[in-house]
Design a protein around this ligand. Sequence first.
Ligand code: NI
Length: 169
Amino acid sequence: MGDPLLLQVAQPVSEFGTAELASLLVDMRDTMAALDGAGLAAPQIGISLQVVIFGVGANPRYPDAESVPYTELVNPVLEPIGDEIEEGWEGCLSVPGMRGVVPRWRRLRYRGFTPEGAPIEREVADFHARVVQHECDHLLGILYPMRVRDLRQFGFTDALFPGESIQDD
Ligand code: NI
């Protein structure tokens, strides 16, 4: 947080299936795995392109969260379904050591492409919807602290959740 690249709107990918795109995804997968994150957007590793990855298996950090299939999503478009909004805790690999409560659409449809150019369309809710909104916000130059409504619910993970050893995501 503080790097101007994270405040930029990312460029759409214009060509699918290229070696450059494949290599970007290798870097993103490695970074997300090394940091044990739930998702990652290309601008977080210095590339201002509309590419996000996310996925959560059974994870002790999210005991109440359903698993989210590992997904590589290029040029995503989000569309809320209904007007239900849910508050929930989020962290971010670009804002290490902190957590905040962020309002998100509870249900949404997302569309986009695989890196090879195959279309993806899904309707999701709850934690899956939250992860997608968080990652796609990165492509609009929005970091989650910019969406926190009550700054009393934003702080250092160690202070908010003492003894729980929650990592960034
Ligand atoms: Ni993030």
